[in-house]
Write a protein that binds this ligand. Structure first.
Ligand code: CAA
Length: 390
Protein backbone atom coordinates (compact mmCIF):
# COMPACT_ATOMS: atom_id res chain seq x y z
CA UNK A 1 0.00 0.00 0.00
CA UNK A 2 1.28 3.47 -0.85
CA UNK A 3 0.38 6.44 1.37
CA UNK A 4 0.88 10.10 0.58
CA UNK A 5 -0.60 13.37 -0.62
CA UNK A 6 -3.76 12.97 -2.67
CA UNK A 7 -4.69 16.66 -2.90
CA UNK A 8 -2.91 19.91 -2.04
CA UNK A 9 -4.30 23.44 -1.85
CA UNK A 10 -3.20 26.88 -0.73
CA UNK A 11 -4.77 30.08 0.55
CA UNK A 12 -3.29 33.44 1.39
CA UNK A 13 -4.57 36.91 2.21
CA UNK A 14 -6.03 39.36 -0.32
CA UNK A 15 -3.52 42.13 0.47
CA UNK A 16 0.11 42.34 -0.59
CA UNK A 17 3.07 44.58 0.28
CA UNK A 18 5.74 45.05 -2.37
CA UNK A 19 9.28 44.62 -1.05
CA UNK A 20 10.50 47.61 -3.06
CA UNK A 21 8.06 49.82 -1.12
CA UNK A 22 9.21 48.37 2.20
CA UNK A 23 12.86 48.89 1.18
CA UNK A 24 12.22 52.53 0.39
CA UNK A 25 10.37 53.12 3.68
CA UNK A 26 13.17 51.46 5.69
CA UNK A 27 16.05 53.14 3.81
CA UNK A 28 17.33 49.87 2.39
CA UNK A 29 18.48 49.14 -1.13
CA UNK A 30 15.71 47.17 -2.92
CA UNK A 31 18.34 44.60 -4.01
CA UNK A 32 18.94 43.66 -0.38
CA UNK A 33 15.44 42.17 -0.36
CA UNK A 34 15.11 41.05 -4.01
CA UNK A 35 18.60 39.46 -4.18
CA UNK A 36 19.86 39.27 -0.59
CA UNK A 37 16.69 37.57 0.72
CA UNK A 38 15.15 36.66 -2.71
CA UNK A 39 11.77 38.15 -1.78
CA UNK A 40 9.56 40.35 -3.98
CA UNK A 41 6.32 40.68 -1.97
CA UNK A 42 4.65 39.71 1.33
CA UNK A 43 1.05 38.65 1.96
CA UNK A 44 -0.53 40.82 4.65
CA UNK A 45 -3.62 39.79 6.64
CA UNK A 46 -6.29 42.05 8.12
CA UNK A 47 -7.67 41.21 11.57
CA UNK A 48 -10.57 39.28 9.97
CA UNK A 49 -8.21 36.75 8.35
CA UNK A 50 -6.44 34.47 10.84
CA UNK A 51 -4.94 30.98 10.81
CA UNK A 52 -8.42 29.44 11.01
CA UNK A 53 -9.94 31.34 8.07
CA UNK A 54 -6.79 30.76 5.98
CA UNK A 55 -6.70 27.06 6.89
CA UNK A 56 -10.39 26.66 6.03
CA UNK A 57 -9.97 28.46 2.71
CA UNK A 58 -6.99 26.28 1.77
CA UNK A 59 -8.89 23.09 2.63
CA UNK A 60 -12.12 24.24 0.94
CA UNK A 61 -10.18 24.76 -2.29
CA UNK A 62 -9.46 21.01 -2.59
CA UNK A 63 -12.19 19.08 -0.78
CA UNK A 64 -15.40 17.66 -2.24
CA UNK A 65 -18.49 16.20 -0.54
CA UNK A 66 -17.05 12.69 -0.54
CA UNK A 67 -13.94 13.94 1.29
CA UNK A 68 -16.10 15.73 3.88
CA UNK A 69 -18.05 12.53 4.48
CA UNK A 70 -14.94 10.38 4.94
CA UNK A 71 -12.17 12.47 6.56
CA UNK A 72 -11.64 11.05 10.06
CA UNK A 73 -8.84 13.27 11.32
CA UNK A 74 -7.99 16.97 11.00
CA UNK A 75 -4.52 18.08 12.04
CA UNK A 76 -3.77 21.80 12.10
CA UNK A 77 -0.10 22.71 12.47
CA UNK A 78 0.56 26.29 13.52
CA UNK A 79 2.73 28.54 15.65
CA UNK A 80 0.32 31.49 15.50
CA UNK A 81 -2.57 29.87 17.31
CA UNK A 82 -5.56 31.91 18.49
CA UNK A 83 -6.28 29.89 21.64
CA UNK A 84 -4.17 28.11 24.25
CA UNK A 85 -6.78 25.37 24.77
CA UNK A 86 -9.26 24.91 21.94
CA UNK A 87 -7.63 23.54 18.79
CA UNK A 88 -7.98 25.57 15.60
CA UNK A 89 -8.75 22.26 13.86
CA UNK A 90 -12.08 22.10 15.74
CA UNK A 91 -13.25 25.33 14.06
CA UNK A 92 -11.96 24.16 10.67
CA UNK A 93 -13.76 20.82 11.06
CA UNK A 94 -17.06 22.61 11.76
CA UNK A 95 -16.69 25.32 9.09
CA UNK A 96 -15.96 22.75 6.40
CA UNK A 97 -18.80 20.45 7.52
CA UNK A 98 -16.66 17.34 8.01
CA UNK A 99 -18.57 14.33 9.36
CA UNK A 100 -18.69 14.37 13.18
CA UNK A 101 -16.82 11.13 13.99
CA UNK A 102 -13.41 12.63 13.36
CA UNK A 103 -10.47 13.64 15.56
CA UNK A 104 -9.41 17.31 15.39
CA UNK A 105 -6.14 18.50 16.94
CA UNK A 106 -3.58 21.27 16.74
CA UNK A 107 0.17 20.57 16.66
CA UNK A 108 3.09 22.86 17.46
CA UNK A 109 6.85 22.91 17.05
CA UNK A 110 7.57 26.20 15.30
CA UNK A 111 7.73 25.72 11.51
CA UNK A 112 8.22 21.96 11.77
CA UNK A 113 4.86 20.63 13.08
CA UNK A 114 3.16 20.01 9.72
CA UNK A 115 5.85 17.45 8.96
CA UNK A 116 5.05 15.60 12.19
CA UNK A 117 1.37 15.92 11.21
CA UNK A 118 1.99 14.21 7.88
CA UNK A 119 3.85 11.41 9.63
CA UNK A 120 1.00 10.92 12.12
CA UNK A 121 -1.43 10.83 9.18
CA UNK A 122 0.73 8.18 7.49
CA UNK A 123 0.84 6.00 10.62
CA UNK A 124 -2.93 6.35 11.07
CA UNK A 125 -3.62 5.29 7.48
CA UNK A 126 -1.22 2.34 7.74
CA UNK A 127 -3.52 1.03 10.45
CA UNK A 128 -6.81 2.19 8.87
CA UNK A 129 -6.30 2.13 5.08
CA UNK A 130 -9.69 3.68 4.26
CA UNK A 131 -9.03 6.75 6.42
CA UNK A 132 -8.47 10.18 4.94
CA UNK A 133 -6.56 12.70 7.01
CA UNK A 134 -6.62 16.44 6.43
CA UNK A 135 -3.30 18.03 7.40
CA UNK A 136 -3.19 21.83 7.28
CA UNK A 137 -0.24 24.13 7.97
CA UNK A 138 -1.47 27.66 8.67
CA UNK A 139 0.49 30.64 9.98
CA UNK A 140 0.87 34.38 10.07
CA UNK A 141 4.53 35.40 10.34
CA UNK A 142 4.61 38.73 12.16
CA UNK A 143 7.86 40.13 13.55
CA UNK A 144 7.06 43.78 14.30
CA UNK A 145 7.43 47.10 12.50
CA UNK A 146 11.09 47.97 11.84
CA UNK A 147 12.32 44.67 13.35
CA UNK A 148 15.13 42.68 11.69
CA UNK A 149 12.64 39.99 10.65
CA UNK A 150 10.13 42.49 9.17
CA UNK A 151 11.13 41.76 5.54
CA UNK A 152 10.52 38.04 6.12
CA UNK A 153 6.88 38.23 7.24
CA UNK A 154 3.94 36.66 5.37
CA UNK A 155 0.72 34.69 5.79
CA UNK A 156 -0.87 31.61 4.31
CA UNK A 157 -2.04 28.04 4.68
CA UNK A 158 -1.35 24.82 2.82
CA UNK A 159 -3.90 22.01 3.08
CA UNK A 160 -3.00 18.42 2.21
CA UNK A 161 -5.30 15.43 2.04
CA UNK A 162 -3.37 12.30 3.02
CA UNK A 163 -4.73 8.95 1.81
CA UNK A 164 -3.78 5.47 0.69
CA UNK A 165 -3.15 5.18 -3.09
CA UNK A 166 -2.55 8.96 -3.34
CA UNK A 167 -2.74 10.78 -6.67
CA UNK A 168 0.15 13.26 -6.18
CA UNK A 169 2.99 11.95 -4.01
CA UNK A 170 3.72 8.72 -2.19
CA UNK A 171 5.84 8.92 0.97
CA UNK A 172 8.94 6.79 1.38
CA UNK A 173 9.65 5.34 4.77
CA UNK A 174 12.95 7.17 5.28
CA UNK A 175 12.23 10.05 7.69
CA UNK A 176 15.12 11.18 9.86
CA UNK A 177 14.60 13.89 12.49
CA UNK A 178 17.00 15.80 14.73
CA UNK A 179 16.19 17.78 17.89
CA UNK A 180 18.43 20.35 19.58
CA UNK A 181 17.44 22.65 22.44
CA UNK A 182 18.36 26.17 21.28
CA UNK A 183 16.97 29.71 21.40
CA UNK A 184 17.17 30.88 17.80
CA UNK A 185 13.53 31.98 17.42
CA UNK A 186 10.82 31.71 20.08
CA UNK A 187 7.65 33.44 21.22
CA UNK A 188 6.75 33.28 24.92
CA UNK A 189 3.02 33.47 25.77
CA UNK A 190 3.34 37.09 26.92
CA UNK A 191 4.64 38.36 23.58
CA UNK A 192 2.66 38.90 20.37
CA UNK A 193 5.81 38.84 18.24
CA UNK A 194 8.76 36.43 18.38
CA UNK A 195 12.21 36.97 19.79
CA UNK A 196 14.76 36.05 17.18
CA UNK A 197 18.52 35.75 17.06
CA UNK A 198 18.57 36.14 13.28
CA UNK A 199 22.15 35.24 12.39
CA UNK A 200 22.22 32.37 14.91
CA UNK A 201 18.94 31.03 13.47
CA UNK A 202 20.35 30.94 9.93
CA UNK A 203 23.48 29.13 11.17
CA UNK A 204 21.35 26.60 13.04
CA UNK A 205 19.13 26.01 10.00
CA UNK A 206 22.18 25.28 7.86
CA UNK A 207 23.95 23.16 10.48
CA UNK A 208 20.80 21.10 11.16
CA UNK A 209 20.53 20.54 7.41
CA UNK A 210 24.19 19.54 7.03
CA UNK A 211 24.29 17.13 9.96
CA UNK A 212 20.89 15.54 9.31
CA UNK A 213 21.66 15.15 5.61
CA UNK A 214 24.99 13.51 6.40
CA UNK A 215 23.32 10.98 8.76
CA UNK A 216 20.41 10.45 6.30
CA UNK A 217 22.86 9.63 3.50
CA UNK A 218 24.64 7.11 5.72
CA UNK A 219 21.44 5.40 6.87
CA UNK A 220 19.82 5.35 3.42
CA UNK A 221 23.07 4.64 1.54
CA UNK A 222 22.19 7.32 -0.96
CA UNK A 223 23.36 10.68 -2.28
CA UNK A 224 21.88 13.72 -3.99
CA UNK A 225 22.16 12.21 -7.48
CA UNK A 226 19.17 9.95 -6.71
CA UNK A 227 16.93 13.04 -6.18
CA UNK A 228 15.16 14.96 -8.93
CA UNK A 229 14.29 17.93 -6.73
CA UNK A 230 14.78 19.08 -3.12
CA UNK A 231 12.31 21.27 -1.22
CA UNK A 232 13.43 23.26 1.80
CA UNK A 233 11.75 25.14 4.61
CA UNK A 234 11.59 28.68 3.19
CA UNK A 235 11.86 31.39 5.88
CA UNK A 236 13.22 33.38 2.93
CA UNK A 237 14.36 31.71 -0.28
CA UNK A 238 17.99 32.86 -0.11
CA UNK A 239 18.59 30.76 3.02
CA UNK A 240 17.22 27.69 1.25
CA UNK A 241 19.53 28.39 -1.69
CA UNK A 242 22.45 28.41 0.74
CA UNK A 243 21.10 25.09 2.03
CA UNK A 244 21.00 23.58 -1.45
CA UNK A 245 24.58 24.72 -2.08
CA UNK A 246 25.66 23.22 1.24
CA UNK A 247 24.46 19.73 0.34
CA UNK A 248 25.40 19.93 -3.35
CA UNK A 249 28.52 17.82 -3.45
CA UNK A 250 31.24 19.08 -5.84
CA UNK A 251 31.60 15.57 -7.26
CA UNK A 252 28.01 15.56 -8.60
CA UNK A 253 27.62 15.51 -12.37
CA UNK A 254 26.77 18.87 -13.92
CA UNK A 255 23.45 17.53 -15.24
CA UNK A 256 22.38 16.63 -11.66
CA UNK A 257 23.40 20.06 -10.38
CA UNK A 258 21.46 21.78 -13.19
CA UNK A 259 18.37 19.65 -12.58
CA UNK A 260 18.38 20.38 -8.85
CA UNK A 261 19.04 24.09 -9.34
CA UNK A 262 16.27 24.44 -11.97
CA UNK A 263 13.77 22.68 -9.78
CA UNK A 264 14.88 24.73 -6.78
CA UNK A 265 14.12 27.90 -8.76
CA UNK A 266 10.59 26.62 -9.42
CA UNK A 267 10.11 25.70 -5.76
CA UNK A 268 10.65 29.29 -4.58
CA UNK A 269 8.39 31.07 -7.09
CA UNK A 270 5.37 31.32 -4.76
CA UNK A 271 7.34 32.09 -1.60
CA UNK A 272 9.04 35.01 -3.36
CA UNK A 273 5.56 36.53 -3.65
CA UNK A 274 4.04 35.44 -0.32
CA UNK A 275 6.90 35.58 2.22
CA UNK A 276 7.34 33.24 5.16
CA UNK A 277 4.29 31.19 6.15
CA UNK A 278 6.19 29.26 8.85
CA UNK A 279 4.74 25.69 9.04
CA UNK A 280 3.38 25.83 5.50
CA UNK A 281 6.41 27.27 3.76
CA UNK A 282 8.08 23.91 2.96
CA UNK A 283 4.81 22.70 1.44
CA UNK A 284 4.24 25.96 -0.43
CA UNK A 285 7.65 25.22 -1.93
CA UNK A 286 6.41 21.75 -2.94
CA UNK A 287 3.27 23.23 -4.52
CA UNK A 288 5.33 25.82 -6.40
CA UNK A 289 7.68 23.11 -7.66
CA UNK A 290 4.86 20.83 -8.82
CA UNK A 291 2.87 23.58 -10.51
CA UNK A 292 5.80 25.27 -12.25
CA UNK A 293 8.47 22.68 -13.07
CA UNK A 294 8.44 21.67 -16.73
CA UNK A 295 10.76 18.68 -16.32
CA UNK A 296 9.33 16.69 -13.39
CA UNK A 297 7.61 13.42 -14.25
CA UNK A 298 5.89 10.47 -12.56
CA UNK A 299 8.33 8.39 -10.52
CA UNK A 300 10.65 11.33 -9.77
CA UNK A 301 11.98 11.51 -6.24
CA UNK A 302 11.68 14.71 -4.18
CA UNK A 303 13.63 15.36 -0.99
CA UNK A 304 12.30 17.52 1.85
CA UNK A 305 14.07 19.47 4.58
CA UNK A 306 11.70 20.63 7.31
CA UNK A 307 13.05 23.02 9.99
CA UNK A 308 11.33 24.44 13.05
CA UNK A 309 13.23 26.75 15.38
CA UNK A 310 13.88 25.65 18.87
CA UNK A 311 14.76 23.31 17.07
CA UNK A 312 13.47 20.17 15.32
CA UNK A 313 14.27 19.32 11.72
CA UNK A 314 13.54 16.36 9.48
CA UNK A 315 14.60 15.01 6.10
CA UNK A 316 12.39 12.63 4.15
CA UNK A 317 11.50 11.81 0.57
CA UNK A 318 8.48 11.07 -1.62
CA UNK A 319 7.89 9.98 -5.21
CA UNK A 320 5.60 11.53 -7.80
CA UNK A 321 2.63 9.42 -8.81
CA UNK A 322 1.46 8.81 -12.40
CA UNK A 323 -0.97 11.56 -13.45
CA UNK A 324 -0.03 13.90 -10.54
CA UNK A 325 -0.23 16.95 -12.82
CA UNK A 326 -4.01 16.50 -13.16
CA UNK A 327 -4.41 17.23 -9.44
CA UNK A 328 -2.80 20.70 -9.64
CA UNK A 329 -3.91 24.26 -10.28
CA UNK A 330 -1.93 26.01 -12.99
CA UNK A 331 -3.24 29.60 -12.61
CA UNK A 332 -1.92 30.27 -9.15
CA UNK A 333 0.50 33.02 -10.19
CA UNK A 334 -2.47 34.84 -11.77
CA UNK A 335 -4.39 34.43 -8.49
CA UNK A 336 -1.48 35.90 -6.55
CA UNK A 337 -1.39 38.85 -8.92
CA UNK A 338 -5.05 39.60 -8.05
CA UNK A 339 -4.14 40.59 -4.47
CA UNK A 340 -4.60 44.27 -3.61
CA UNK A 341 -1.30 46.12 -3.36
CA UNK A 342 -1.12 48.24 -0.20
CA UNK A 343 1.27 51.01 0.87
CA UNK A 344 3.67 50.66 3.81
CA UNK A 345 1.40 52.93 5.86
CA UNK A 346 -1.65 50.75 5.11
CA UNK A 347 0.37 47.62 5.93
CA UNK A 348 1.40 49.04 9.32
CA UNK A 349 -2.25 49.71 10.19
CA UNK A 350 -3.74 46.54 8.71
CA UNK A 351 -1.23 43.96 9.93
CA UNK A 352 -0.83 45.48 13.39
CA UNK A 353 -4.44 46.43 14.16
CA UNK A 354 -5.19 45.61 17.81
CA UNK A 355 -8.29 43.68 18.82
CA UNK A 356 -10.04 45.66 21.57
CA UNK A 357 -12.81 43.89 23.46
CA UNK A 358 -15.48 45.55 25.60
CA UNK A 359 -16.03 44.44 29.22
CA UNK A 360 -18.18 41.49 28.10
CA UNK A 361 -15.58 40.28 25.59
CA UNK A 362 -17.32 41.53 22.43
CA UNK A 363 -16.01 43.27 19.35
CA UNK A 364 -17.05 43.78 15.75
CA UNK A 365 -14.55 44.35 12.98
CA UNK A 366 -14.40 46.67 10.01
CA UNK A 367 -14.99 44.74 6.83
CA UNK A 368 -11.92 43.78 4.84
CA UNK A 369 -11.26 41.64 1.79
CA UNK A 370 -10.82 37.99 2.74
CA UNK A 371 -11.27 34.57 1.19
CA UNK A 372 -14.59 32.71 1.49
CA UNK A 373 -14.14 32.25 5.27
CA UNK A 374 -13.44 35.07 7.72
CA UNK A 375 -13.58 36.08 11.37
CA UNK A 376 -16.74 38.16 11.65
CA UNK A 377 -16.68 39.18 15.32
CA UNK A 378 -15.86 38.11 18.86
CA UNK A 379 -18.90 37.70 21.13
CA UNK A 380 -18.49 36.85 24.81
CA UNK A 381 -14.84 35.92 24.12
CA UNK A 382 -16.00 33.44 21.44
CA UNK A 383 -14.69 33.76 17.90
CA UNK A 384 -17.48 33.87 15.30
CA UNK A 385 -16.50 32.82 11.79
CA UNK A 386 -18.57 33.17 8.64
CA UNK A 387 -18.34 31.54 5.22
CA UNK A 388 -19.43 28.38 3.49
CA UNK A 389 -18.15 25.74 1.12
CA UNK A 390 -18.93 26.43 -2.54
N1 CAA B 1 22.26 43.92 -2.83
C1 CAA B 1 22.26 42.57 -2.78
N2 CAA B 1 22.35 41.88 -1.61
C2 CAA B 1 22.42 42.58 -0.46
C3 CAA B 1 22.42 43.99 -0.46
C4 CAA B 1 22.35 44.66 -1.70
N3 CAA B 1 22.32 45.99 -1.80
N4 CAA B 1 22.51 44.39 0.84
C5 CAA B 1 22.58 43.28 1.61
N5 CAA B 1 22.52 42.19 0.81
C6 CAA B 1 22.53 40.78 1.23
C7 CAA B 1 23.52 40.46 2.32
O1 CAA B 1 24.82 40.29 1.79
C8 CAA B 1 22.92 39.18 2.86
O2 CAA B 1 23.21 38.11 1.98
P1 CAA B 1 24.18 36.93 2.46
O3 CAA B 1 23.54 36.31 3.67
O4 CAA B 1 24.20 36.01 1.30
O5 CAA B 1 25.49 37.55 2.78
C9 CAA B 1 21.42 39.40 2.72
O6 CAA B 1 21.27 40.50 1.81
C10 CAA B 1 20.74 39.78 4.01
O7 CAA B 1 21.45 40.85 4.55
P2 CAA B 1 21.78 40.90 6.10
O8 CAA B 1 22.34 39.61 6.57
O9 CAA B 1 22.57 42.14 6.38
O10 CAA B 1 20.28 41.08 6.63
P3 CAA B 1 19.75 41.42 8.04
O11 CAA B 1 20.83 41.47 9.06
O12 CAA B 1 18.93 42.64 7.91
O13 CAA B 1 18.78 40.21 8.40
C11 CAA B 1 18.02 38.03 8.88
C12 CAA B 1 18.78 38.91 7.88
C13 CAA B 1 18.81 37.93 10.18
C14 CAA B 1 17.84 36.65 8.31
C15 CAA B 1 16.63 38.68 9.19
O14 CAA B 1 15.87 38.77 8.00
C16 CAA B 1 15.83 37.92 10.21
O15 CAA B 1 16.03 38.08 11.42
N6 CAA B 1 14.85 37.09 9.77
C17 CAA B 1 14.01 36.29 10.65
C18 CAA B 1 14.70 35.04 11.13
C19 CAA B 1 14.79 33.98 10.07
O16 CAA B 1 14.07 33.98 9.08
N7 CAA B 1 15.67 33.00 10.29
C20 CAA B 1 15.80 31.87 9.38
C21 CAA B 1 16.23 30.62 10.11
S1 CAA B 1 15.02 30.26 11.41
C22 CAA B 1 13.77 29.46 10.57
O17 CAA B 1 13.96 29.00 9.48
C23 CAA B 1 12.42 29.38 11.19
C24 CAA B 1 11.56 30.47 10.68
O18 CAA B 1 10.84 30.31 9.70
C25 CAA B 1 11.56 31.75 11.38
Amino acid sequence: MTIGIDKIGFATSQYVLQMKDLAQARNQEPEKFSQGLMLDALSITPVTDDIISLATDAAASILDQEDLATIDMVILATESSVDQSKAGAVYVHQLLGIQPFARAIEMKEACYAATAGLDYAKLHIEKHPKSRVLVIASDIAKYGINSSGEPTQGAGAVAMLVTAEPRILSFNDDNLAQTRDIYDFWRPNYSSTPFVDGMFSTKQYLDCLKTTWSEYQKRQETDLSSFDAFCFHLPFPKLALKGLNKIMDKSLEDSVKTRLQDNFDHSIQYSRLVGNIYTGSLYLGLLSLLENSTTLKAGDKIGFFSYGSGAVCEIFSANLVEGYEKMLHKDRLDDLNQRQVISVEQYEQLFYEDITLDDEGNTDFNSYQTGAFYLESIQGHKRIYKGKMK
